[in-house]
Ligand binder design. Structure first.
Ligand code: HSE
Length: 307
């Protein structure tokens, strides 16, 4: 096999209380990529459609993660990368992670799968760091593993796969403004109070327990972020109105997706998710900001080959 075409999914990082550690994978939106073996050695980005991103390998997140794998594997071939971007950069649903994960996933397939998903996560983090100016894996891990993931530690890298209750659906609204992850990180405080830390780690623990035991009520009561949301929600026009509309229509919880501006809602059942979607649509129409909204199952497979 000399070429692989793949779907690289969007992801929701943080999941309210789990800043930088929790994430889940979507299936309603993602990029497509084609990775091709070449006789000429090295990495080349030969096509980018959808958004204006750098073709220089060292400046492109897919290129940087590809180089990390390439230098480690030292294969006797090169690779060409084509990127068809559907996830808008700066939208908060893991656009850079989809690119970073896609190149290494495709190269791994073409090399006969020598690397594990965890090793691919480590390579992809190098690319992600170009976009957010720091290494974190809470978008990359769910993109590569699927479902819910918890990044237990970065050094050594350890990722836990958390079970997904069968009836869980996500509604994600993307107001069409751009928030750069690096900027959204700069506004966060260096320290937090012990009181807030206690609330936050109690919520992370109970959210994980709720996911393990299919306890939708507990999941709902755990989707609460007292550390990051109070700061970042100010960057998202109408955040509180989205949350109010979603919760009144039966969402289990609402929070900022990654560093925003997208906002995610978790719901029990597709019927509730569709109700929540309509209610957010009606509310956000008054904001005069164009938006897109997706209803998505939780994607249990993660990134996948589509040819
Ligand atoms: N955990 C990261 C953040 C995800 O919230 O800054 C954004 O890519």
């Amino acid at each position: 096999m000399n070429e692989v075409k793949l779907f690289s999914p969007a992801t929701v990082a943080n999941v309210s209380c789990g800043f930088d550690v929790l994430g889940f994978c979507l299936d309603a939106i993602g990029d497509e990529m084609i990775i091709r073996k070449t006789v000429e050695k090295g990495i080349k980005i030969t096509k980018i459609e959808g958004y204006d991103l750098p073709f220089e390998v060292e400046k492109n997140v897919a290129g940087v993660s590809a180089l990390a794998l390439y230098h480690d594997a030292n294969p006797d071939c090169g690779f060409e990368i084509e990127i068809y971007k559907y996830i808008k950069p700066g939208s908060g649903v893991g656009s850079s992670s989809a690119s970073a994960a896609g190149s290494v996933f495709g190269m791994n397939v073409l090399l006969g799968n020598p690397y594990s998903a965890l090793e691919l996560t480590a390579f992809a983090m190098k690319g992600e760091a170009v976009a957010s100016q720091c290494e974190h894996a809470d978008n990359i891990a769910p993109a590569l593993f699927g479902g819910f993931t918890l990044v237990k530690s970065l050094d050594p890298l350890e990722v836990l796969q958390i079970p997904t209750p069968a009836d869980l659906f996500a509604v994600v609204i993307h107001p069409q403004i751009e928030i750069k992850t690096a900027d959204a990180r700069k506004i966060l405080p260096e320290t937090i109070s012990l009181k807030n830390a206690i609330t936050q780690w109690s919520n992370v623990g109970s959210l994980i327990h709720g996911l393990h035991t299919n306890d939708y009520e507990l999941i709902s009561r755990s989707l609460n972020d007292v550390v990051v949301e109070p700061f970042r929600s100010q960057l998202i026009p109408g955040f509180e109105s989205i949350k109010k509309a979603a919760l009144e229509s039966g969402a289990l919880g609402t929070g900022i997706s990654g560093s925003g501006p997208s906002v995610f809602n978790l719901c029990k059942s597709e019927a509730t998710a569709l109700k929540v979607e309509q209610s957010i649509r009606d509310t956000y129409k008054t904001q005069e900001i164009p938006f897109e909204i997706y209803v998505s199952k939780i994607n249990l497979d993660g990134i996948k080959q589509i040819n």
